[in-house]
Design a protein around this ligand. Sequence first.
Ligand code: PLP
Length: 496
Amino acid sequence: MIPSKGHCVLRGTNEKLQCKKCLTPETVNPNYRGLEYSLSGPVLQKAIEIEKEILEGHKKKFKNVILLNIGDAQSLGQPPLTFPRQVLSLVAYPDLLRDKTFPEDVKLRARDILENCPGGSAGSYSYLCGMDIIRKKIATYIEKRDNVASNWENIIIGQGVADMAKLFMSLLKSNKYGLAAGILNPVPECPFYSSIIAELGLKRIDYFIDEDNQWNININELQRAIDEAKSRCNPRAIIVINPGNPTCHILTKSNMEEIVKFAFKENLIIIADEVYQNDVLKDDCDFISFKRILNDMGKPYSDIELVSLMSVSKGVFAESGIKSGYAEFVNLDPEIPPMFVNLASASYNPSALAQSTLYSLVNPPKPNEPSYELFKHEKNVIIGGLKMSASIAEESIHSLEGMSCNPLEGGTFFYPRLMLPQVAIERADRMKLSPDEFYAMELLQETGICVAPGSAFKQKPGTYHIRMTLPSDPEMAHEIMERFKEFHFQFMKSFS
Ligand SMILES: Cc1ncc(COP(=O)(O)O)c(C=O)c1O
């Protein structure tokens, strides 16, 4: 073969021109090499294969595959709320503003949005950090939630939380003192954060959250993690997910205060992922935002840098296909938010349609408005259903040998621990699967229930878990748990 000339390779005497690949695994951005999205491992691949077989008419022990491996409530039949969908419809198709079947409060929101779209159309590019009218309503929503002032100019709207977390973390990338920036990452983790950290070439500093203490954060463990990391990176921020994914816990107030003191001592920015803030599942639990905690602790803690993230993808809205979310920047150097806006404007403008859903989340119907009763009813059915599903799941898990689960306090998952028989662990090893992957694979093949193995979220060595999404329909939860209990009983029997 004749060596390459630019993009082409000349082969043999006929001198046929062939195109040479410019982008290969050898030349790709090294941060992407070996990068995997752990939730799309062998269990999901098998689920897709089984779904295809069912469509082709193959006989199975079950009618269909139930995808409980990701938090996608509408894919499990959770109906979208009427109010945000109506607002979205009018924004997309303003002729409907003349339609008498749409309530006036819906029309009011839709007009607000259209008036704030350049040219009065949702098809125009939106303003870089979102519409001011929505940013102002977000500030009001936060003030009502926390009883603490919120400056709308420090609120930025984006195409979902994952995108915004990535943009923000890209600002942290600097080789101060010759070391890469490090980010403290909770384990069990939310996998997209470690993907972002890897993709940006930042250093991940894993810290284990404490299963034996209702998944609170042990400060000694934080100290261990950061001390071990300091020789290889410069720790800049800590990610805290509250309420937790995959763990469904809500941090206690005193634990949050300890975390704040730790962040102060180590000069860390707190990245608070608070997307499940409206999904409290126990009557004796409250969600408290990190912003509120900072404020209540007073100086010097009230000056700590904080980024708080919220999304329409979760909970009663569950509009993960219409991604929109916001970041509130608290105590950042005033030159930083404009840099973030510059960075964002180079790559995207948040969609006006998606922003309309965020507008409905922070500006829902009020008691004197025509949509109020229906909105309240739909919301109560969903949150009430989630709470019932959570107790069905808890009761089922507690009735099973070889399984335990912390109380489900907030969020939309449950994450039971598996105490697997040694024979099952050895079988998994022979099949080159992690023990919980093996369990999840068997569960899928026997029942059609697809869950995410705990190894996808990393876990303390020697512990095994699975994560299941809580359906908001309690009947569905009941049916799933009955199938699950039967499977678990048989599994334990055959491997004991
Ligand atoms: C804790 C947490 N934060 C953020 C997201 C993603 O939010 P968005 O859809 O707005 O990117 C998820 C999605 O599952 C999540 O679990």
